[in-house]
Design a binder for this molecule. Structure first.
Ligand code: FES
Ligand code: FES
Length: 157
């Protein structure tokens, strides 16, 4: 049976009519039109649908929308206001994307990693971002982009 839930997404509150089995990804894309969060495998295996929940990276394709009630949800659209976020700039400047399909999920995971880890290394980035798959870039430039964000330069594994 459908019910109305309130979700806090990118700092705004939305009342949404959802089914108990609606995933957060379905709600973001299909009900709110937030298409930056990508639907890749829809099975929790590719990372394309990664969003932040209370600052931590979660796969929105395997999270029920009802389980996100009362939490702060951030999608790629809400990562920054106005200017590009430093990670978005870094991905563009370092050439860390080709088709771009994996990029929002990569950036959201990277943001969680940068927030969590005080002393980031390339090894940390590789390990923590291992669940985000990219079919185009070969990953090297993605790691370089994350490491190039201000505050990370010069740190190596
Ligand atoms: Fe969610 Fe692939 S679409 S992990
Ligand atoms: Fe195409 Fe990563 S840039 S899948």
């Amino acid at each position: 049976m459908k019910s109305i839930i309130e979700l806090n997404i990118n700092g705004a509150k939305y009342d949404l009519l959802v089914s108990p089995n609606n995933t957060l990804l379905e709600v973001l894309r299909d009900k709110l039109g937030l298409m930056g969060t990508k639907r890749g495998c829809d099975l929790g295996a590719c990372g394309a649908c990664t969003v932040l929940i209370n600052g931590e990276a979660y796969l929105s394709c395997i999270m029920l929308a009802v389980d996100a009630v009362g939490k702060e949800i951030t999608t790629i659209e809400g990562l920054s206001s106005g200017e590009l976020h430093p990670l978005q700039k870094a991905f563009a400047e370092e050439g860390a994307l080709q088709c771009g399909f994996c990029t929002p999920g990569m950036i959201m995971t990277a943001q969680a990693v940068l927030q969590e880890e005080g002393n980031i290394t390339e090894e940390t980035v590789k390990k923590k971002m291992a669940g985000n798959l990219c079919r185009c870039t070969g990953y090297k430039k993605i790691v370089e982009a994350v490491m190039s964000v201000p505050g990370q330069e010069g740190k190596v594994s």
